[in-house]
Each structure stands twice: as C-alpha cells, then as structure tokens.
Write a protein that binds this ligand. Structure first.
Ligand code: PEP
Length: 250
C-alpha cells in the first residue's frame, strides 16, 4: 500500500510572531516551488502563532497543526484549547499524547484516547505519539509498552484520514541519540501489527518516526518499509534543515 510521506514539525514553545511567520513563509515557498516534492509537510507552531501563520501560508500546500487539545468542546478549563477552537483557526491536524505532555502534564493513555476522539469530533487528524522510556527499553519491554499504549491510547475507528501514529522513543527526543535501524524497523512492524487489531485501515495509516531526526540521518531512518515520515522537533525550527529532511525521505 503506497503511503505518502509526512514530514511534521513540532515547534514546541518556540518562536515569536515575526520569526514564526517568516519560517512558515519560507517553507510554504519551498513547497510551492518544488515540482511534486513527493511528501506532505506539516508544521505545528505554538497556539499563539496559528492565526498569523494560517493567514501567511494560505493557498500553499503546507499543512497546519496544533500541539495539543483538550478533550472537551468548551468549559471551565483555564489555559486549555479545544479541538473545535483549533478547527476554527483553519487547523487540520493536532498532536496528542506527546511524551512532554505525558511527562510534564501527567497525561495518561486514557486522556490521550479522549483527546484523539476530540480531534476526530472536530474533523482534525490526530498525530498520536507513543514511545518507550530508556528504562523500559533497557528492561526489554519496548514492544510491550508500545502495544499497551496503542491498545489504551488509540480509539477504535482510526483511518488513513483521521489518524497518524508517531513512534517517539522518549530517550531519543532532543538528545541526539537515535535507535538503530533494526530497532526502528522492529518497532514500526510491531506497531502496524497491533494497529491492525484496532483498525481495518492499519495498512494505510501513516507511522512516523520521531526523535533526533536531522538532515544527516533522515535518509536512513525514513526510507524504511514501515516508516512513513518523521515528527521533528529541533530541526523543524530551521527551514533548510526541515526541508532537507523532507527531501531525504523520498
Ligand atoms: C519531538 O519533540 O517530537 C522530537 C522528536 O524532538 P527532536 O526532533 O528535537 O528530538
């Protein structure tokens, strides 16, 4: 099954208006100039930039996503943003269950599951993150952890349109360390097998790898059979690096 690569950038809590809009414009121009780049490109800036970036990149092929959403539509949740609010800004994707949300905001698999359903309720594609810690990998439990996270965090009803799964070993995020090619291949194979028990479209759902993806390792990491793109943190903040990762993925 042909799955088009998706190169997704998670800007995290970085960028103010001018630099953020300039970065988005740079990427939108590269996309428009490229003749059939062969991959989709998604940026997930902080919520404060979604409106201005949405306007600046309007009409380009660049995709826009949020970094998180609340499970409810509205209510007394100070500081939170609903999936409907993202949709209202013209956003079409949202990251849920990033390990930094799980770690610093105590998000459980059940909460991530509810957030993915909220994304679907609002018509957004959920980029749902899973991944083992270093202790879990060292204990030989990486594949079990992935299975548990899929069974608990991924709602039934995932399709190629509404779901992207990102495998992000927690110990590889922002550390410069990456798993071996064999470990990534084994994890992605396992994820697709487990996903097949939950979705009839498992073969069409895109599985991204995330964790210290850079232009110089992207070719090796992203050209494997079950790797359908990348979720990129640090290297998504420089247009040249992020673009080079996309170019190396196809
Ligand atoms: C991430 O935050 O999802 C990530 C993969 O970060 P980095 O690319 O910086 O490791």
């Amino acid at each position: 099954m042909a799955r088009r690569k998706l190169i997704a950038g998670n800007w995290k809590m970085n960028m103010l208006q001018d630099d953020g809009v300039a970065l988005a414009r740079d990427l939108a121009e590269r996309l428009d100039l490229a003749d059939q780049p062969g991959f989709d490109m998604l940026i997930c800036p902080p919520a404060t930039l979604l409106r201005s970036i949405g306007q600046a990149m309007s009409g380009s092929g660049l995709l826009l996503g949020g970094q998180d959403c609340h499970a409810d539509k509205s209510g007394a949740y100070t500081g939170d943003i609903s999936a409907e609010m993202l949709r209202d800004l013209g956003v079409s994707y949202v990251i849920v269950g990033h390990s930094e949300r799980r770690q610093f905001h105590g998000e459980s698999d059940a909460m991530v599951n509810a957030k993915a359903k909220a994304a679907w309720r609002a018509g957004l594609t959920a980029v749902l993150c899973i991944g083992e810690t270093l202790a879990e990998r060292d204990a030989g439990k990486a594949l079990d952890v992935l299975q548990r996270q899929i069974e608990s965090s991924v709602p039934d009803g995932g399709t190629a349109q509404n779901l992207v799964l990102a495998y992000e070993p927690v110990w590889a995020i922002g550390t410069g360390r990456t798993p071996s090619v064999d470990d990534v291949a084994a994890a992605h194979r396992h994820i697709r097998t487990v996903l097949a028990k939950r979705s009839g479209e498992a073969g069409a759902i895109r599985l991204l790898y995330g964790g210290s993806v850079k232009p110089d390792n992207a070719g090796v990491l992203l050209k494997m059979d079950n790797v359908d793109g990348a979720l990129v943190g640090g290297a998504s903040l420089k247009a040249g690096d992020f673009w080079a990762i996309g170019a190396a993925s196809v």
